[in-house]
Write a protein that binds this ligand. Structure first.
Ligand SMILES: Cc1cc2nc3c(=O)[nH]c(=O)nc-3n(C[C@H](O)[C@H](O)[C@H](O)COP(=O)(O)OP(=O)(O)OC[C@H]3O[C@@H](n4cnc5c(N)ncnc54)[C@H](O)[C@@H]3O)c2cc1C
Length: 671
């Protein structure tokens, strides 16, 4: 029998969450005042959780490594957040959101979790509107929606291209209210570097004050990890440069299983890499695919002429263009899910049709949308026989009102005006669906240690649909954890304060201090970034958009070697007792170097293509789906949760079989 108990409640799917909430133990308000909770992370997941738990009466200690909670990476989210409100009256429902999310995730997520996510999605919007989040509204003042990839309805709420920023400001203001009331103690510029377990339970953390270098012991009755995703294991990604896996990895090493590390989302619409010296990639929100059409030239001569600067994309007529998504997937067109769109771009570029110097770019073109909107606006304004200039101006105005900040960002980075010439885009690492394994209550396999938001293995299965991460982070933080954690803490009402003088805290602190000492004493010749880049290259080459057995074995060996070299030859200038960003990076890269190998090991064992994990050995050979990813439900319909055993290569896998009672497993087809 599996060691994993997902604790999915019994009963019909639609009643599970309600029944569970009705039955779980509660902590009375007076007792909540005697209970401490540590929350690591102040993004949408951690910020909303800390604010909610404090509002409920618990004493919360909140940690982030930035100088302010509002700088968490969630602030970068652009496109929107899903909710089954059916404001558009286009047939949406809780069931449809549930269905789309399970299907979009290629049937590799838990039905019960996803249904709960869909159920609470509407509450999230109400909560955020009450906080004053300025969601986009339509002409009549009602909340507006747009579509995202992989669905046939409009259910995405947005605030221009700054949805994450506005949502985070909402969560941050709720958090600040609790900080002012003394219910949340905020530790900015503090990095959690170890979990402390007492009698098998999570009872605290060791944090490093990043300004003074001091190590601090913090105790609590429960620890919540909300530290975000690990996409930066690839070095280049759309994540914030500071995003890292350290908190998640430290709890993994202390007993929390790590699930499906190989499930990574490669986002189809990012600004292409310009060369070797780049340290960050920029996302162009998927919302742009609502109006942008993706294409490459049909003829190779045109591709070459464009690359040489002899031809402009706008010189090509419609019949000289290959709108390959519309051609291959007529039902969903440019709005196919991200994994499908990314692979299709790679396929065209691998075939030589990439339109920039590196050969890794396709066009995202707004010309038709500008025309369409321009004509519509002219009709609304009762302009008879509008001129071409008038249509263009009106159309560009609509595009600006929808995506203005994204267009501005693109122009600043690429120095081209996307209103006049198509954007160039290429897939980039964006989101990690894998993460710390949690049960239905969001508890990890370490008692009393919870994990929420992108850091957990989440509800997205093998692929995340657009606008679902914000929904999941806020569902976890506002509406799930605040209930489920009470069930555990109800046993702690007589425990009293947890001392930080116990041998467990002393040992954990020593572990950290020895590790830092070791890093500082290497005094090698290569920078931390040097090793991080090598890791990223190995990851992208062998564990990126397409993977095969030979490459994955190579990746495991290479990453192990890079890790050995890192521990022999890394150079960390400065000292450990003051602000030292190189030391911070070194600790994070050391963890990435272990996680990267486990990632490749997980990808190697999963000999099927599913969602963001594409195995070259597993493709459809015949019929309508020829060339598409081939899932293997008979052998791989499970969550792979890895137990730490020292070297990443020695990790032991535990399977959580996935049961589908309410959804029939079908081949995903967007044709
Ligand atoms: C460019 C971009 C655009 C996106 N757009 C969308 C979108 O439109 N819609 C959507 O649904 N999703 C989007 N996503 C995904 C979404 O933004 C993230 O998945 C989500 O915001 C993650 O939230 P989080 O709270 O889990 O983590 P984060 O926001 O990453 O927060 C992590 C927190 O943990 C803290 N932390 C980390 N490690 C430690 C440590 N060791 N010690 C102390 N603190 C620590 C950090 O300081 C931070 O406060 C986008 C992602 C990117 C990269």
């Amino acid at each position: 029998m599996s060691v994993l108990d997902s604790k999915i409640p019994d009963g019909p799917l639609k009643d599970k969450w309600t029944n569970h909430k009705n039955k779980i133990d509660l902590v009375n308000p007076a007792n909540k005042r005697n209970i401490d909770i540590i929350v690591v992370g102040t993004g949408l997941a951690g910020g909303s959780a800390a604010a909610s738990l404090a509002e409920m009466g618990y004493n919360v200690k909140s940690f982030c490594y930035q100088d302010s909670p509002r700088r968490a990476h969630s602030i970068a989210a652009q496109g929107g957040i899903n909710a089954a409100k059916n404001y558009q009256n286009d047939g949406d429902s809780v069931y449809r959101l549930f269905y789309d999310t399970v299907k979009g995730g290629d049937y590799r997520s838990r039905e019960a979790n996803v249904h709960r996510l869909a159920e609470v999605s509407g509450n999230i919007i109400d909560q955020c509107v009450a906080q004053g989040v300025p969601f986009g509204r339509d002409y009549g003042g009602l909340l507006d929606n747009r579509s995202f990839g992989g669905v046939l309805v409009s259910r995405t709420f947005y605030a221009k291209g700054q949805t994450g920023q506005q949502l985070l400001l909402g969560a941050y203001s709720a958090l600040n209210r609790q900080i002012a009331k003394g219910k949340v103690t905020m530790y900015n510029r503090h990095e959690m570097v170890e979990l402390v377990k007492v009698n098998g339970k999570a009872r605290g953390i060791i944090a490093r004050n990043l300004e003074t270098g001091e190590l601090e012991r913090h105790s609590a009755h429960a620890v919540v990890i909300a530290s975000g995703g690990y996409g930066n294991v690839f070095f280049l990604s759309t994540n914030a440069m500071g995003s890292n896996a350290t908190a998640a990895w430290k709890i993994h090493k202390k007993g929390a299983h790590f699930a499906n590390p190989c499930y990574t989302q490669i986002h189809p619409t990012c600004i292409p890499r310009s060369g070797e010296h780049q340290s960050k990639l920029t996302l162009m929100s998927e919302s742009l695919r609502n109006d942008g059409r993706i294409w490459v030239p049909k003829n190779m001569e045109d591709v070459l002429a464009i690359r040489e600067g002899k031809l402009k994309p706008t010189d090509l007529s419609e019949d000289q263009r290959d709108y390959y998504l519309e051609r291959r997937y007529p039902a969903f067109g440019n709005l196919v899910p991200r994994d499908v769109a990314s692979r299709a771009a790679k396929e065209r570029c691998d075939a030589g049709f990439g339109v920039n110097e590196t050969g890794e770019a396709v066009y995202l073109d707004f010309a038709s949308a500008i025309q369409r909107y321009g004509k519509q606006e002219a009709a609304i304004a009762r302009i008879e026989n509008p001129s071409a200039e008038e249509i263009l101006k009106l159309g560009e105005g609509v595009i600006e009102s929808k995506y203005g900040n994204l267009f501005q960002m693109y122009e600043k980075i690429v120095a081209q005006n996307p209103y006049k010439t198509p954007m160039m885009i290429y897939p980039a690492v964006h989101y990690t669906m894998g993460g710390v394994w949690v049960d239905y209550n969001l508890m990890t396999s370490v008692e009393g240690c919870y994990c929420i938001g992108e850091a957990n293995f989440s509800d997205h299965g093998a692929n995340r649909l657009g606008a679902s991460a914000l929904m999941q982070g806020l569902a976890d933080g506002y509406f799930v954890l605040p209930y489920t954690i009470g069930d555990y803490l109800s046993n702690d009402i007589r425990t009293g304060k947890i001392s930080t003088d116990s041998s467990e805290f002393v040992e954990a602190e020593k572990e950290v201090s020895d590790r830092i000492e070791k890093l500082m004493s290497i005094k090698g010749t290569k920078s931390v970034d040097h090793f991080h880049k090598l890791l990223g290259k190995a990851m992208w080459e062998y564990v990126g958009m397409a993977r095969n057995e030979e490459g994955l074995k190579k990746a495991m060996a290479e990453i192990k070697q890079i890790r050995t070299d890192f521990w022999n030859d890394v150079r960390i200038p400065g000292d450990k007792n003051s602000l030292n960003t190189e030391l911070e990076k070194a600790g994070r890269v050391a963890d990435f170097l272990e996680l990267g190998e486990l990632f490749a090991k997980d990808a190697l064992h999963r000999n099927e293509s599913c969602g963001g994990h594409f195995r070259e050995e597993s493709v459809e050979l015949d019929g309508m789906q020829k060339g598409e990813a081939k899932r293997d439900d008979e052998n791989y319909a499970y969550v792979a949760a890895w137990e730490y055993k020292g070297e990443p290569a020695d990790a032991v896998m535990h399977k959580e079989e996935l049961e589908f009672n309410d959804i029939e497993l079908k081949q995903r087809s967007y044709k």
